[in-house]
Design a protein around this ligand. Structure first.
Ligand code: PAF
Length: 281
């Protein structure tokens, strides 16, 4: 495994590999890696000759300076994990490599950014599309791998790739969960022991909601999920919305023969956790 810190060096190495006929799979991350990230890498390894993982805590996607300051950073452990998992190239750039002084990127996301995460984290998705576009420009991958836990992020990146005709295939990968159901997230490292103990109620409630499924209306199911989670004094739901997976519009009625997705954000003390569940037709 090779560690590269500059955009020009990585770009050149990848060009050489591609010219020699290799396909490139890319996993963008913000580090503090866990089994969810490693499953993205595993998928990338299966389908590509070369894999690149980036580790970059992107300042422009943090709407809260405290969240950026406290975001977990475990670079040495990350490198050990990636090397053990068979990654070929790790890209760990300083901020100036991603955002040189003259760098500008403007893309209008549209209605997909106004909902859910976008409503509660203003500017967040603008930061995400900017860094993802810039990373694609540097890495020029054939395929890029994103976890379905960040469902809205995935929808927005897919739309950007389609709108801008970017020559990369976006591969969604299933949520990886702890044995108690909690969706894996770098932020789980920051949960207090008590909040960690209570946090699995989020996923467990979503699983129960999926079982209830279409026996209730989407709105009644939303209400039930929010009330069930908020009964736990350690958890406070910010939103739970059952949406059309393409438009992310909240639905009033189940759409026949189309899955819906329930997306949730919950505060566990000072830590904000997200998760989602699919409601099959
Ligand atoms: O999902 C993440 O970890 C980040 O939003 C991403 C895609 C690496 C961009 O910084």
């Amino acid at each position: 495994m090779e560690l590269i810190n500059t955009a020009s060096e990585l770009h050149q190495v990848i060009e050489e590999k591609k010219n020699a006929g290799n396909t490139v799979g890319f996993v963008p991350t913000m580090g503090a890696l866990h089994a969810g990230h490693l499953s993205l890498l595993e998928n990338a390894r299966k389908a590509n000759d070369i894999t690149v993982v980036s580790i970059f805590v992107n300042p422009t996607q943090f709407n809260d300076p405290d969240d950026l300051r406290n975001y977990p950073r475990t670079p040495e452990k990350d490198l050990t994990l990636l090397s053990g998992a068979g990654c070929d190239f790790v890209f760990m750039p300083p901020v100036e490599e991603i955002y040189p002084p003259s760098y500008q990127f403007s893309y209008t996301i549209g209605p997909l950014e106004e909902k859910m995460e976008g409503k509660f984290r203003p500017g967040h998705f603008r930061g995400v599309v900017t860094v993802v576009y810039r990373l694609f420009e540097i890495v020029t991958p054939h395929r890029a791998y994103f976890g379905e836990k960040d469902f809205q992020q995935l929808a927005i990146i897919r739309k950007m790739v389609s709108d801008l005709h970017l020559p990369v295939e976006i591969i969604p990968c299933p949520i990886v969960r702890e044995p108690d159901g909690l969706a894996m997230s770098s932020r789980n490292l920051r949960l207090s022991p008590a909040h960690r103990q209570h946090a699995p109620l989020i996923a467990q409630t979503l699983f129960q909601a999926a079982e209830k499924g279409r026996s209730l209306s989407p709105r009644d199911l939303e209400k039930w999920v929010i009330e069930t989670i908020n009964k736990d004094p350690y958890l406070k739901t910010e939103y739970f919305e059952i949406v059309d997976p393409d438009t992310l519009e909240q639905i009033d009625n189940w759409i026949p023969s189309k899955a819906a997705v329930g997306c949730i954000a919950v505060w566990a003390g000072e830590i904000r956790l997200i998760d989602n569940i699919r409601f099959l037709p």
